[in-house]
Unconditional design. Structure first.
Length: 75
């Protein structure tokens, strides 16, 4: 039984590893937004809309990781 619990903990560690990628992706996204706004300030509305959509995709992946973690924990 202890082996099952240890396997779950290791699996949860691997599931939460991509959160670092989500954090890096969010940082790169908003860094690119600031850089593109400095080049084309007149396109602020459309650039912000695109970056908001990209942020939603990144955070959807992060929330999906919580679902996978919950599924692993319930096994």
């Amino acid at each position: 039984m202890i082996f099952v619990k240890s396997a779950k903990i290791i699996a949860l560690g691997f599931v939460f590893l991509p959160f670092a990628g989500c954090a890096i992706g969010t940082g790169l996204l908003y860094a690119s937004l600031l850089k593109s706004l400095s080049y084309a300030p007149d396109m602020e509305d459309s650039l912000f809309g695109y970056s908001t959509l990209a942020f939603a995709f990144i955070e959807t992946f992060a929330l999906l990781l919580f679902g996978v973690a919950g599924f692993i924990y319930s096994l």
